[in-house]
Each structure stands twice: as structure tokens, then as C-alpha cells.
Design a binder for this molecule. Structure first.
Ligand code: BGC
Length: 411
């Protein structure tokens, strides 16, 4: 039996600048990837050369049947030195947004997706309260240059992930932290920064960054709202937090620190972007790893597409904002599992819609196989395979399948 999605439902795919563009040399992570004893499995390098190949990539999205493209503009390109704004970089992104519009694709633009300019991270990153004004100033310049063409703006990607990573680090203990601290100290030395000040988004102290990230979103929302033609919101990393008997207290504490405090701060926003990959199970002592024999993805996450429905419901109930799924997907070499995962996730979307939740779209992570941060290029999240030697694109069966779902607006 087929089931229809509401008219006007948004169907798209997503990428992030650093993961696909290549050559992001003024960013903090470029330095960390290239240095000796890097924490990264490999450097991002040329990535998918999307910086140059975006016209054909956007045309391919259109041909496959998608109507929305979510991508990020790179702060490190737009403001490679503090106070210097690159008109050439802004012009590039304007051409990219125009290419979406020329193909009838709705552009959803993220202003910060994990990477930052090296000068920003060298000087405390998001741990420093100055981050709020620094980010707002960049949003203002980029919004002035691009806003009239932007249908959806996401201020910060997964503003709650630094605190999540920090709390996981604390729960797991100090194992591995020596290597991390040595890498941060070495990066600080290489860029002439002070030891202890170099704070990349995902490796900084999440307790210190959370209030600044919330304030930066509030301020950049106000800055962008009059500049952007369409809607402005934020995206959060929401996994379904479940409790085993006795684990409710720990679950609720973690849920408030990681999800609740952010969702509660969003009242009045135009939308909340939900990004879900799996569930997390709490016992009274901590997080329980997936049971033996359970299907795991390439990220070692439990294969659990039903988490999306729970996270959509939580986001809608706590934030009172319309919801857009801005990321959902799976790292796998077996594309048939991607289709199964996505089909089950979409059935959850339909159940939420049937219950009256204002869910406006589903954007799959990711358009392309790309640079999966510390893991390098091993995990395959793409609907489209990329041969990184030739940069040829090869859509997988899942791309044709999801593009067909998008065209028909039903599963
Ligand atoms: C991030 C993406 C990442 C994806 C898969 C999300 O947390 O926004 O950049 O590639 O998860 O791990």
C-alpha cells in the first residue's frame, strides 16, 4: 500500500562544505588533518571537488528527482582572516545558490557546519564569549551577500554536538584523551597560538561552548531574519534516548543537557532541523552498547531507523517549531540496507504527520560519499558514489529509489 506525503513536502539531500569541497586550507581542521600524528584517519584533501563540480552535481540532483539541496557555506573561505571578507568566496556561493534556483532546486544554506577559520579556533573558538559576535558579524556579511536568494537558512549545524561529545568523553573516562590533548597542543604550536586556547568545534569543552552556541544562534537568527528571503532555523543532533529499567534518571539528565536545553531555547524559530542516526540506551551506570548480534552500521551505530520518528516528536513537542528532517542516513557499503533504513525512517515520518506533527520535509544525508571527519573516506553515507581518482559520480540504486519517492511524494 502506498502512502502519500502532504502536498509541498520538501525532499532533498545534504552535504557540508568541508566534507565535499576540497582544499579548505584556511580552516582549523585542515591543519589538524595535515599535521604529524593527526587524529584523522586521512586528510580531506581534494574531497569530492564539489567546489568546482557543483553545477553538474546540482543538475544530477534535479535529474534524480530531488527538490531541495542543503549545503553549507564555509566561514574559513568567506572570512579567512579576522575582518577580511572574501568577495570572491561570497560570489562563488552566490553562483552556487543561483545554480540551485536555475534547476528548480530549493537552496537550504547552513552557515556553520563544524569547521571554522583557523584564526577563530586558535583564539578560543566557541569557548570564548567573543564567538557570539564574531559569528554574527560573519552571518551579517554573508546574509547581505546571499540572503535574497536563500529559501532556508540554518545558522549552526548540530549546536548540541560539542556537549554530546564532551559528555561521552567524560563518561568513557580519560582513555584516549592524552592523544587528543597532544594533538590540540601541537596544532596550537603550529599556528602560533597559546597552549589550551586551540578549541575546534568537536574537540572543545562542550560545557563552555553550549551557552555561547545558544547565544550565537539567537543573535544570528536576529541578524539573518531580515536578510534572508525565507525561513531561518538551527539543526540539532537528536538521537533517541531510551532508558533500561533503572536508567531513567541518567537518561533524563543527559537528555536535558544534550537535547532539552537547546530545544527549549528555540521557541519562535521558523523551523527546527532534526538530524537523527540511531538510538542511545541508558542503564543506571551509563550507556549500554548495542547487544551482540544487533546490526551495526559502518559507524558502529545500531541500525535503528525508528529513532527518527521519536526525535521528530520530541523536537516538535519541546520546541513548538515546525520540523524539517535536515539529516538522516546510514554509513554502509550495502546500498540495499540504505534503502531499507530510509524506508523505515520515512514510515516513521508518516506516523508523526498522521498524528498532526508539522513535519515539512526530509533531507537525506548525504548526496555524495564524502569525508566523514575523523573516519576519513571509509564510511559511505552517499546516495551517489564518488570515484575520488577521477571525480566521476555514480548514483546508487538508493538514489534512484529515493528520487522516485520524492517525485511521487509517496512511499
Ligand atoms: C553531521 C555530518 C556527518 C553525519 C554522519 C552529522 O552529525 O552533521 O557532518 O557526516 O552526521 O556522521
Amino acid at each position: 500500500m502506498t502512502q502519500k506525503f502532504p502536498d509541498g513536502f520538501l525532499w532533498g539531500t545534504a552535504t557540508a562544505a568541508h566534507q565535499v569541497e576540497g582544499g579548505n586550507t584556511a580552516s582549523d581542521l585542515w591543519l589538524m588533518e595535515m599535521m604529524k600524528d593527526s587524529l584523522f584517519a586521512e586528510p580531506s584533501g581534494d574531497a569530492c571537488d564539489h567546489y568546482h563540480l557543483y553545477p553538474s552535481d546540482i543538475a544530477l540532483l534535479k535529474a534524480l528527482g530531488f527538490g531541495v539541496y542543503r549545503f553549507s557555506i564555509e566561514w574559513a573561505r568567506v572570512e579567512p582572516e579576522e575582518g577580511f571578507f572574501s568577495q570572491a568566496a561570497l560570489d562563488h556561493y552566490r553562483r552556487m545558490i543561483a545554480a540551485c534556483l536555475a534547476n528548480g532546486i530549493v537552496p537550504m544554506v547552513t552557515f556553520h557546519h563544524f569547521t571554522a577559520p583557523l584564526w577563530f579556533t586558535r583564539d578560543g573558538g566557541w569557548e570564548d564569549a567573543k564567538s557570539v559576535d564574531r559569528f554574527a558579524r560573519y552571518c551579517e556579511r554573508a546574509g547581505q551577500a546571499l540572503g535574497d536568494l536563500i529559501a532556508y537558512a540554518c545558522t549552526i549545524n548540530e549546536a548540541n554536538i560539542p556537549i554530546m561529545v564532551t559528555m561521552i568523553r567524560e563518561a568513557v573516562g580519560v582513555a584516549g584523551s592524552g592523544r587528543r590533548e597532544a594533538a590540540l597542543a601541537e596544532a596550537a604550536r603550529l599556528c602560533g597560538g597559546l597552549p589550551g586556547r586551540f578549541a575546534p568545534y568537536l574537540s572543545g569543552n562542550g560545557h563552555a561552548t553550549a551557552p555561547n552556541l545558544i547565544a550565537a544562534h539567537r543573535k544570528s537568527y536576529e541578524v539573518l531574519k531580515p536578510l534572508v528571503r525565507g525561513d531561518v532555523g538551527i539543526t540539532l543532533s537528536l538521537n533517541e534516548f531510551q532508558a533500561e529499567p533503572g536508567g531513567e534518571g541518567l537518561r533524563d539528565m543527559a537528555d536535558h543537557a544534550i537535547n532539552g536545553q537547546f530545544l527549549e531555547s528555540l521557541k519562535g524559530d521558523d523551523f527546527i532541523g532534526v538530524q537523527t542516526y540511531t538510538r542511545v540506551r541508558f542503564t543506571k551506570d551509563g550507556v549500554r552498547p548495542p547487544r551482540d548480534g544487533v546490526e551495526l552500521t559502518q559507524m558502529n551505530y545500531e541500525f535503528y531507523p525508528e529513532a527518527l520518528e521519536a526525535c521528530i516528536r520530541q523536537a516538535a513537542t519541546v520546541s513548538h517549531c515546525p520540523v524539517i528532517v535536515t539529516e538522516n542516513g546510514i554509513g554502509t557499503e550495502d546500498d540495499s540496507r540504505r534503502i531499507e533504513y530510509t524506508r523505515r525512517a520515512l514510515q516513521g515520518c508518516l506516523r508523526a504527520i498522521a498524528d498532526g506533527i508539522d513535519l515539512r520535509g526530509y533531507i537525506h544525508w548525504s548526496m555524495l560519499d564524502n569525508f566523514e571527519w575523523l573516519e576519513g573516506y571509509r564510511p559511505k553515507f552517499g546516495l551517489i558514489e564518488v570515484d575520488r581518482a577521477t571525480q566521476l559520480r555514480n548514483p546508487k540504486p538508493s538514489a534512484y529509489w529515493l528520487g522516485g519517492v520524492a517525485r511521487r511524494n509517496e512511499i
